[in-house]
Ligand binder design. Structure first.
Ligand code: SF4
Ligand code: SF4
Ligand code: FES
Length: 252
């Protein structure tokens, strides 16, 4: 089959504005991924095309981009899913929205990671290690309440599909809230209150208008809007009470 690609191009050193680059690839396989198609365009037709990628297996989160109008990982989208009536794959590729384009499909991720860092996305507990010196134990029930949010790979597909983020780039965004959720509800962590303080600020969790774009965009199928709802409740009733309510909910 054939692939017909339109790729948003922009080189700030020579272009005054972005434009569409058009490319046709013959003899592609239905199981080729969009990342394979981008590689072929770069290697066979135009070596100046740039994009980020690393693992090619949906794990590193580096190749988030807008594919046919939806944020996806290029390494997870197959050509056979992008055909229309004529049997060719028609693929439109753009950088993710709401972040400065540095070149072609590469956006400046620094503001995204600044929001991520703001929620203390790491385990905090300075008390002495348990007597055996090895690990702080946790029950399977306590682990279950934040299991879903441990799957985040920081691809930014959620945050850059969020209308609240497009309207106000200061909004901390769904990805940072997902990361905060992972630690707020970890029974071994002691910094939940600090994270909730950050998230109760005007640019925090209440900017979420529950539009669900983020959940639809997540390549890890994380229930982001649900996680955001749980964090919202925790800003009102405290992490411990909310964790208890979630434990009961999971036990049902
Ligand atoms: S649910 Fe909230 S965070 Fe997700 S896209 Fe909608 S407004 Fe943004
Ligand atoms: S929550 Fe999902 S979409 Fe958002 S950064 Fe994490 S993996 Fe990507
Ligand atoms: S290249 Fe790593 S997630 Fe796609």
């Amino acid at each position: 089959m054939r692939a017909i690609l339109r790729i948003r191009r922009f080189n700030p050193e020579q272009d005054s504005k972005p434009y569409w680059g058009e490319y046709t690839l013959e003899d592609i396989q239905p199981t080729d991924r969009v990342l394979d198609l981008l590689n072929r365009v770069k290697w066979e037709q135009d070596g100046t095309l740039v994009y980020r990628r690393s693992c090619a297996h949906g794990i590193c989160g580096s190749d988030g981009m807008r594919i046919n109008g939806v944020n996806r990982l290029a390494c997870k989208v197959l050509a056979k899913g992008l055909t229309d009536g004529d049997g060719d794959a028609h693929v439109q590729i753009e950088p993710m929205l709401g972040m400065k384009v540095l070149k072609d499909l590469i956006v400046d991720m620094e503001p995204f990671f600044a929001h991520y860092r703001a929620v203390l996305p790491y385990f905090v507990n300075d008390t002495p290690a348990p007597a055996d010196g090895r690990e702080r134990l946790q029950s399977p029930e306590d682990r279950a309440v934040f299991d879903d949010t441990t799957k985040c790979i920081l691809c930014a597909c959620c945050t850059t599909s969020c209308p609240s983020f497009w309207a106000n780039g200061e909004y901390v965004g769904p990805a940072a809230i997902v990361q905060a959720h992972r630690f707020i509800f970890d029974s071994r962590d002691v910094a939940a209150d600090k994270r909730l303080e950050v998230l109760a600020e005007p640019d925090g969790v209440w900017r979420c208008r529950t539009i669900f774009n983020c959940t639809n965009a997540c390549p890890r199928d994380i229930e982001i809007t649900r996680a955001i709802g749980e964090v919202k409740l925790a800003t009102r009733r405290g992490a411990e009470k909310q964790r208890e309510a979630m434990r009961k909910e999971h036990a049902k």
